[in-house]
Design a protein around this ligand. Sequence first.
Ligand SMILES: NC(=O)c1ccc[n+]([C@@H]2O[C@H](COP(=O)([O-])OP(=O)(O)OC[C@H]3O[C@@H](n4cnc5c(N)ncnc54)[C@H](OP(=O)(O)O)[C@@H]3O)[C@@H](O)[C@H]2O)c1
Length: 260
Amino acid sequence: MADQPQLSADYTPPAGAFEGRVILVTGATGGIGEAVCRRLAEAKATVVLLDKDLKALEGLYDRIVAEGGPEPAIYPMNLEGASFDHYPEVAQRIREGLGRLDGLLHAAAVLGKPAPVDHYDVEAWYRTLQVNLNAAFMLTRACLPLLRASDRGAVVLTSDASGRAGEAYGGAYAVANAGLEGLMRVLAAELAETTSICVNSLDPGTVATRLHAEAYPWDNPFELTQPGQVAGAFIRLLGPDGRDCHGQALTVAPSPKGEG
Ligand SMILES: NC(=O)c1ccc[n+]([C@@H]2O[C@H](COP(=O)([O-])OP(=O)(O)OC[C@H]3O[C@@H](n4cnc5c(N)ncnc54)[C@H](OP(=O)(O)O)[C@@H]3O)[C@@H](O)[C@H]2O)c1
């Protein structure tokens, strides 16, 4: 497997870099999603929080407001059940409510059911690809007109090494991740000549989140990298210092574990 270019997570954006900017984050209440949303709000971005559990979204809204960030927007949406029509509606609501969109981070995912292909449950396969890959395609497609209108549009797809490694039993989760990096490359090639939108994928490595705990319940979360320790790399790609990255399948450079 070719070495992936690495991005350091040791990053603080320049003052004002996100002031007046609107960033949409899926999987906003997940481990990595929340860490990135709070860091974006700390940098004064207006964050559109998209996830499926309204209570969890309201909790995150309260934390962001309590921390002094700009008031975020909440968008409850179940990506598994959402139909194709729901995606343009997300873009429409952002246009009407906030007037712009500068960045889109896909961080929603389910693990699916790790199993050999011979025995992979077909419904679980569809559901996993729907949330992890098809939703990212449909949401990106719907948001492109808004991102085109920004002077600094950015799309970041969160990926996983399992998509590159061809890991046995990775099933639909691994295949979706291979697809996300494929989507990133195709989109980046299409946008390179005609827009200023930067499109990249970022693999955070092993991070202590619910998804990781489901896949590796025997791991001690306190010995793993914490979500706050990878958030900086996502922030960099979504802001002005990410402008030199386009069409790259990046990984977060390893950092000391257990802090952040
Ligand atoms: N953690 C790692 O070690 C690791 C490694 C490589 C890549 N990644 C990637 O990092 C990204 C973030 O994952 P994470 O580790 O932060 O996991 P996480 O904490 O489980 O976050 C995933 C989020 O996606 C949400 N989600 C799941 N199904 C959804 C649906 N149908 N509609 C809307 N939202 C839905 C989850 O909501 P609920 O909690 O309510 O289900 C959760 O908030 C994913 O793309 C993952 O593949 C993680």
